[in-house]
Design a protein around this ligand. Structure first.
Ligand code: PMP
Length: 297
């Protein structure tokens, strides 16, 4: 479902068929989760195809590789150029791009000796999440930031995401909410969280989370729309007094949360500042005009 026999990817210096590209079974990335990646969206806009915040994503990919001490030398501009070429060769407009930096064969527990870039893409029109999501507070905590670089997007971190997401699904929920090591609300398995109370938005402060590019966009939109926003640590109990809440991420975009455990967020979404953010986000990625008007708090 991600590719067929005609799909083209960028792979270590060349454009090749996805079905023919191979990674080495002795890759350090496969054995230890020692790879860094990005999740990026492209959208059909009025004058063609636009990769949303491409620079921010590729800067983060380089930053992640640097923190992992990988010998990775692509520039952001070069990767952006390659990404547009992948879209063009596959004739994609609305798509999801998945660049990943993989390491060469090396069974030792020291830094990568060589690494290579792959850029995969597939067509994508809808978010990966439902329209409204019922969350479950996970029994799994986010990895301890004393043990991992939580602001890097590293493959190995996602084992934690899979455990939490599957636990929530097995319990009949749509998605998990993970706490940090100290028991404060952190983030979803693949998205950042915001809640709204009396018109003000709150989101976990940086430190124990992947500070998303969408989260940064939401903060920019709050500024543009004059919506008050506070970054702070808060508990699940505090969230259970919220009027409404949302998850945000490149794939998820801005998605309403309908409940957290047994607590139903009471506010009519359409009347919330969060809904305004959701609409403004959509307009921004599609490069469409958005009526900037302040919602009464
Ligand atoms: N947290 C985690 C754990 C994620 O995987 C993602 C998705 N990359 C996010 C937050 C949101 O990040 P972004 O907005 O940059 O996609």
């Amino acid at each position: 479902m991600y590719y067929n026999e005609n799909t083209i990817i960028y792979f270590n210096g060349q454009f090749v068929k996805a079905a023919e590209a191979k990674i080495d079974l002795y890759s350090q990335s496969l054995h230890y989760g020692y790879a860094v990646f990005e999740g990026i969206r492209s959208y059909a806009v009025v004058d063609g195809t636009k990769i949303f915040k491409a620079k921010e994503h590729y800067d983060r990919l380089r930053y992640s590789a640097e923190l992992m001490k990988m010998p990775f030398h692509y520039t952001t501009d070069h990767m952006i150029e390659l990404s547009y070429e992948v879209l063009k060769q596959n004739n994609f407009t609305d798509a999801y791009l998945r660049p990943i930096v993989l390491c060469s064969p090396n069974m030792s527990l020291s830094k990568g000796k060589e690494c290579y870039l792959s850029i995969e893409a597939w067509e994508w029109t809808n978010g990966y999440l439902a329209n409204k999501m019922r969350l479950m507070t996970s029994t799994y905590r986010r990895p301890n930031p004393a043990g991992f670089h939580m602001d890097a997007k590293v493959s190995g971190h996602y084992v934690n995401s899979i455990l939490a997401c599957q636990e929530a699904k097995d319990a009949g929920f749509d998605e998990a909410l993970l706490l940090d090591n100290d028991g404060f609300v952190a983030e979803g398995p693949g998205a950042n969280i915001f809640y709204e109370k009396d018109g003000i938005l709150y989101t976990p402060a940086k430190g124990n989370i992947l500070p998303g590019i969408t989260r940064a966009t939401v903060l920019e939109l709050c500024d543009e729309l004059n919506i008050q926003i506070e970054e702070k640590l808060f508990t699940v109990e505090e969230m259970k007094k919220a009027d409404t809440a949302f998850y945000c991420g490149t794939a998820a975009e801005v998605v309403e949360l309908s409940s957290l455990d047994e607590y139903d967020f009471p506010m009519n979404w359409e009347e919330s500042n969060s809904a305004l953010i959701q609409k403004a986000y959509k307009a921004k990625v599609l490069e469409q005009p958005f009526q900037l008007k302040k919602k009464v708090a």
